[in-house]
Write a protein that binds this ligand. Structure first.
Ligand SMILES: [Zn+2]
Length: 76
């Protein structure tokens, strides 16, 4: 089990830092159409900023217990 620090974005692997930069540069409308995908299960993910207990990482939009990448509970 690990947290995801890379995702797939239009066919390219990008880091969570890059994804955060893309999201922060996007308008509110554009954010809804950003298509970050989990590199393991292909489900939609979103980048999450680093917090007190966790490095920056991706979380599934809908929790996916089947995926090797866990969704840390700290952001809830
Ligand atoms: Zn996944």
């Amino acid at each position: 089990m690990s947290i995801a620090q890379q995702c797939k974005f239009y066919g390219h692997f990008i880091t969570v830092e890059k994804a955060l930069a893309i999201r922060d540069a996007a308008s509110a409308n554009e954010r809804n159409s950003l298509n970050f995908e989990c590199i393991t299960c292909g489900k939609p993910v979103r980048p999450h900023h680093a917090g007190d207990r966790c490095a920056a990482h991706f979380v599934h939009l809908t929790r996916n217990p089947e995926c090797k990448y866990i969704d840390p509970p700290s952001f809830l």
